[in-house]
Design a protein around this ligand. Structure first.
Ligand code: HAM
Length: 430
């Protein structure tokens, strides 16, 4: 019996050549937006000491309780594939004393994250985030900037109809009283809560506010509101964040039940959602984390950040743009075709010279007919074809054809690159 073909791991996906142009479009949009707002790129390893996420993401979060890929590292400690980017960035920031070089940093990253979740629409076990962490400022204008940047990346990529939801969840000064109020509210209704909420009541009562279970949602609608429990500092910060968003002209809505599933947040939290995704509708999540740098052993540096989920963003875009052709896989300037076997090594030389002169070019390596070579030229969206037959071989020329106009001319190889550039610059024929 034939051996079973080895497949990629459940919950992971290959991104094939046809799909990579749309990925690049998202990544390019992100890089452009980050560049304009003076964010620097940081790259950290995909695995870290497990304790970083236990301390950073939070011992009582679903991520740490249920979703981490953790394995022995050969010594006493265990290592974990990063489930999110914030603790690693903060760890690197502290380890390399970045704060000693300058007090305030704006960092961004892109890369794979790993969570052992049930795979579903837009949710995988290996997925990709595009994230930002602005470390070292308590300014509410920075909260607005960060939210604005996430929205700009999505818009510049071409995603429409997303919703920005914002809330303030207080700080260590005002949150305990809010937690107490929630606990007594939910304790009185415990019998009607789902099992998850019952078990979260002591560990993480805030999460009861965003439970997706219908009965829990109805109860949570009546629960005490965080806005009524904010201290003066948090209320003022929230008001300034809101006016910052209005200055940016970003459309957003208040979401009093938004709490987020990670432990480090203080004050501002936000999510960007898209209806096309169904139940798990977040394309981006983020917020302020004023105590994390200190909790991980660094100086007290208030910070704020976000992460966009690439898969969720692309899925929402695809749902919205069904039938729109994806961007072309490859585009080249010239396809050099051989009419006979003798011409092939000549074509090889022409292609290598064009590439050296910064002109993208390709040729056939399969000994195919001219017709088949022209099909390749079309597939590669070649702007020009250059055909080499007996006459061209003898004269050291190519038969150059501009695909958009149909113009053609015999061009000496030595002049080929200049002729192509000229016609591109003039936007005219050859
Ligand atoms: P998060 O809300 O856990 O936040 O993740 C951000 C985004 O990553 C989500 O909105 C979602 O689009 C995507 N995502 C999460 N899990 C999966 C999954 N299993 N499959 C596909 N996509 C997923 C964070 O990770 C924080 N570190 C964000 C942050 C940065 N807060 C402050 N700074």
């Amino acid at each position: 019996m034939a051996e079973k073909q080895i497949q990629c791991i459940y919950g992971t996906r290959d991104i094939l050549p046809g799909e990579s142009p749309i990925w690049r479009r998202l990544e390019t949009a992100a890089r452009n937006v980050f560049q304009r707002a003076a964010y620097c790129e940081i790259r950290t390893p995909v695995f870290e000491n497990t304790v970083l996420f236990v301390k950073g993401t939070g011992e009582n979060t679903d991520i740490v309780q249920k979703e981490m890929y953790t394995f022995p590292s050969g010594e006493d400690a265990t290592v974990t594939l990063r489930p999110e980017g914030t603790p690693p960035v903060v760890r690197a920031f502290i380890q390399h004393d970045l704060h000693k070089k300058q007090g305030f940093w704006k960092l961004y990253y892109m890369g794979a994250m790993f969570r052992r979740e049930r795979p579903q629409k837009g949710r995988q076990r290996q997925f990709h985030q595009i994230g930002a962490e602005a470390i070292g400022s308590p300014s509410p204008l920075l909260d607005a900037e960060v939210i604005g940047i996430a929205a700009s990346i999505l818009s510049e990529f071409g995603l429409a109809e997303f919703k920005i939801k914002v809330n303030c969840i207080g700080c260590p000064a005002c949150r305990p009283a809010f937690r107490d109020a929630l606990r007594s509210f939910f304790a009185a209704r415990k019998d009607s809560l789902c099992d998850d909420c019952k078990s979260r009541m002591d560990r993480n009562v805030l999460r009861l506010l965003d439970c997706k279970n219908r009965a829990c949602k109805t109860i949570a609608d009546e629960a005490p509101k965080v806005a009524d429990h904010l201290c003066a500092g948090c209320a003022a910060h929230y008001a300034s964040t809101r006016s910052g968003l209005d200055i940016l002209g970003v459309e957003w809505m208040e979401s009093p039940r938004l709490v987020r599933g990670l432990d480090y947040y203080t004050r501002t939290v936000f999510e960007i959602t898209h209806e096309a995704l169904g139940a798990r509708d977040a394309v981006c999540g983020g917020g302020r984390y004023d105590n994390l740098v200190e909790e991980l052993g660094g100086p007290p540096l208030p910070s704020v950040g976000f992460a966009i989920g690439a898969e969720a963003t692309l899925l929402a875009w695809e749902e919205l743009n069904k039938g729109t052709p994806s961007p072309p896989e490859q585009e080249i300037e010239v396809y050099v075709a051989a009419l006979n076997d003798e011409a092939r090594s000549f074509c090889f030389r022409v292609v290598s010279e064009l590439r050296r002169k910064d002109i993208s070019a390709d040729l056939d390596y399969e000994g195919r007919s001219l017709k088949a070579q022209m099909r390749s030229a079309n597939r590669l969206n070649a702007a020009f074809t250059a055909v080499v037959g007996e006459t061209e071989l003898q004269n050291g020329t190519v038969n150059l054809k501009q695909m958009s106009t149909g113009d053609s001319a015999q061009v000496p190889v030595a002049e080929l690159a200049d002729r192509i550039r000229e016609s591109q610059l003039k936007g005219a024929g050859i």
